[in-house]
Design a protein around this ligand. Structure first.
Ligand code: DAH
Length: 369
């Protein structure tokens, strides 16, 4: 059958001459595609007599195999030639700067906590921590919140379902329970290695941590951060408290900041106060350390004798002061973030904008700058 030979010669010539992948593909479709010439021949086998098929079958199949092999060989040659040409034409520019690498940032709340701890460490305070899931005793009772006291409701507490023993656990509403955990002289080790062990006075600690209340608006989120402070020693008075908080605030805001103490009420301190700092609200944003407005930043007071007794300390011997800062709030003031909820929305654009470089050495004299 000369037409098979002619077809093979013609296809082989076109394959060998195909200048690129597209031309080669066109030949493949014409030969082996659905309505290609070789495909038609293969189909014609079905209509042949057995004798004819026995003769033509091997010839047509052989043709198909040889053409397929020639196509594959030519494709490999074209690919290799293309790669060769690209390698010859392209140059790696070693002088180009590397593309910027995305690096993480320190969350403003963590930055502010580090700054606060650095300043308090410089004033002689250690760090203590406690559990987020607390019991009623540490969160309320030991802190002199009597049962049914309305302040328990004011705290908008997230309670868990009571356990089999009727004990109702809760998400701590403040970091103050760690005062109790630290003052309690326990002979038993703390429930987890990272929970502060009981300490004998003198005590000087700050307690950074997460706190929870059922509340959400521009300045409240269900989870937020506080930093508690506790000092217990002999002869401690309001003067020590005022100096400590004023010194802290001026170092934190890196300049002289006016402060005033207003009487207030907390069940666990007597007397209790709130400290306001000087600010200017006239320009639409709050500027700390200027102007004649005041802004409340920290609750504080002298540790109530009931609390000392509840923790096994004799108020005739030991006195102390305590304070509780809203950490996120201080961060908003220092770094100009208008909405507390953004802090915990995990928007990476916000984090990239307000986050801090992780590679900064601490400078306790002015926080971490
Ligand atoms: N625990 C208080 C709160 O969350 C803050 C506070 C006020 C803590 C006075 C103190 C303190 O230690 O003395 O509202």
């Amino acid at each position: 059958m000369t037409d098979l030979t002619t077809l093979e010669t013609e296809l082989s010539a076109r394959i060998a001459a195909a200048p690129d992948g597209a031309a080669l593909e066109a030949v493949r479709v014409e030969a082996l595609g659905k309505s290609g010439a070789i495909s038609a021949l293969l189909k014609s086998l079905g209509g042949m007599s057995p004798d004819e098929r026995r003769e033509q079958g091997p010839r047509i199949n052989g043709l198909r195999d040889r053409i397929a092999a020639a196509l594959a060989e030519r494709k490999a040659a074209l690919d290799a030639a293309e790669l060769d040409a690209r390698l010859k034409a392209e140059r790696v520019d070693l002088t180009l700067p590397p593309p910027p690498r995305r690096k993480g940032a320190v969350h403003p709340t963590m930055q502010v906590m580090d700054e606060m701890v650095a300043i308090f460490a410089d004033l002689g305070f250690g760090v203590a921590e406690g559990p987020d899931i607390e019991d009623d005793f540490h969160n309320f009772t030991a802190l002199n919140f009597p049962p049914k006291h309305p302040a328990r409701e004011m705290h908008d507490t997230f309670f868990f379902k009571p356990g089999p023993d009727g004990d109702r656990k809760l998400l701590r509403t403040h970091t103050s329970p760690v005062q109790v955990r630290t003052m309690q002289k326990t002979n038993t080790p703390p429930p987890a290695p990272w929970i502060a062990a009981g300490q004998d006075p003198p005590i000087r600690i700050v307690v950074p941590g997460r706190t929870y209340r059922c509340d959400s608006d521009q300045t409240h989120t269900p989870m937020f951060h506080q930093m508690e402070g506790l000092v217990i020693d002999r002869g401690i008075h309001m003067g020590h408290l005022k100096w400590t908080l004023q010194t802290f605030i001026s170092r934190f805001f890196e300049g002289e900041v006016g402060a005033r103490f207003r009487p207030h009420h907390f069940p666990f301190t007597e007397p209790s106060a709130e400290m306001d700092i000087q600010c200017d609200r006239s320009g639409g944003e709050i500027k700390v350390g200027q102007g004649s407005d005041w802004l409340e930043v920290v609750g504080c007071g002298m540790v109530h004798p009931h609390v000392l007794r509840n923790c096994g300390l004799d108020p005739e011997v030991w006195q102390g002061f305590a304070f509780g800062f809203g950490v996120d709030r201080l961060g908003m003031l220092k770094y100009g973030m208008p909405d507390l909820r953004d802090m915990f929305a995990s928007d990476t654009r916000w984090l990239a904008h307000y986050g801090f470089s992780p590679f900064v050495a601490p400078n306790p004299a002015s926080g971490l700058s």
